[in-house]
Write a protein that binds this ligand. Structure first.
Ligand SMILES: *Cc1c(COP(=O)(O)O)cnc(C)c1O
Length: 369
């Protein structure tokens, strides 16, 4: 049997998936363009340009002393710390190999062929992927002003809908929904439909903007709130995130979860990072300044950019493929978003001040060429 014929034996819903394309790694750009890695600026994956808290780094070093034992599959210490922080029971928390894993666990536990999942146009690419991987049907609802059209999403719910995904703030658009509107939406979703509220960028919001969504779960047991250690906490390489949900929903996710899905280094780092509140605050402050720096750069270049509540911004550059390529050749990696139905735009992660400056200067040259 030829390998093509072998691949054809995969279910057609798997063969129809277009694989996720991430930000281009620094090493790959260095290899392909013959540039020195240390000269390359990566503003493509919404990572924290400051890196992780030094406390997280030293926790990793200590944990690295024992790589022989399996990690705690129940993440006891981290779960206890987080449950205190969020005032939820430990049984309500499910850790994942990145919050991406938690999104997968939701679809694994709750979707089968014929079911539907609702999400917004321009919303995070993992929602359609995780839905399709279960043979379920994704229903993308047309965006409104680049953000979630909540009334239209509500109207898209049918008796077949099992899950609704909402990203707040949304990636890649940076749009944000006020807590009051979000809560009213959740209250309107039928009780038998799960709402996954993806708060991967929650820590970048000003404290006054942060919804206390995990507290809504008591009243809305169909709500799952997911968060990540990859973005503001700067631990993307370790892969750790979590979901907070009703204990009965967590029980279902745990049945399909790999017993050791979160490694020991990630657990140790996350525990230390959680404690370093000042580090996150400083990251938020630096991000706010970086957003302002980029906004004034775009204004100077007469480019339209969307107001962003995350650590990234969408900017309209016209021929995005060409501009992306020109930036790459200067050693600046950003993210094309044609796969999000935004072919004229690029997504740029907020970097350190000098990285933002390098990007803006390269962008100016790219647009003039
Ligand atoms: C980055 C991101 C995630 C996933 O992050 P993990 O690294 O898997 O924790 C989830 N949702 C959104 C909207 C993101 O941008």
């Amino acid at each position: 049997m030829s390998t093509a014929a072998l691949a054809a034996k995969a279910p057609d819903y798997v063969r129809r998936i277009s694989p996720y394309v991430g930000g281009k790694p620094i090493e790959e750009v260095a290899r392909e363009l013959g540039l020195a890695p240390e000269r390359i600026v990566k503003l493509a994956s919404n990572e924290n340009p400051r890196g992780p808290s030094p406390k997280a780094l030293s926790a990793v070093a200590s944990a690295a002393a024992d790589l022989t034992r399996y990690p705690d599959g129940n993440a006891y210490a981290l779960k206890a710390a987080l449950s205190r922080r969020l005032a939820v029971a430990p049984e309500q928390i499910v850790f994942g190999n990145g919050s991406n894993d938690v999104l997968e666990l939701v679809t694994h536990a709750f979707l089968r062929g014929g079911d539907e999942a609702v999400y917004s146009q321009h919303a995070f690419a993992v929602y359609p992927l995780a839905t399709q991987a279960r043979g379920a049907t994704g229903v993308a609802v047309r965006a409104r002003d680049f953000g979630h059209d909540l009334p239209a999403m509500l109207a898209a719910i049918t008796p077949r809908t099992r899950v609704v995904f909402v990203a707040n703030p949304n990636n890649p658009t940076g749009t944000w929904i006020e807590p009051e509107r979000l809560q009213a939406f959740i209250a309107s979703v039928p009780a038998e439909v799960l709402v996954v509220l993806d708060e991967a960028y929650n820590e970048y919001l000003e404290p006054s903007q942060q919804a206390e969504a995990t507290r809504w779960i008591a009243r809305h047991p169909n709500l799952i709130v997911t968060r990540s250690f990859s973005k503001a906490y700067g631990l993307a390489a370790l892969r750790i995130g979590y979901g907070v949900m009703d204990a009965a929903v967590a029980d279902m996710l745990n049945r399909v979860r790999q017993p050791f899905n979160v490694n020991a280094l990630a657990q140790a780092a996350a525990l230390a990072a959680l404690d370093d509140v000042a580090y996150v605050e400083e990251s938020r402050r630096l991000n706010r300044e970086g957003l302002a720096q980029l906004a004034s750069g775009f204004a100077r270049l007469r480019l339209r950019a969307l107001p962003s509540s995350g650590n990234f911004v969408l900017v309209e550059v016209g021929d995005a493929v060409r501009v992306y390529g020109a930036l790459l050749r200067e050693g600046v990696i950003v993210r094309p978003v044609a796969n999000y139905e935004l072919p004229q735009w690029l997504r740029v992660t907020v970097g350190l001040p000098e990285e933002n400056e390098r990007f803006l200067a390269a962008l100016e040259r790219a647009l003039a060429a």
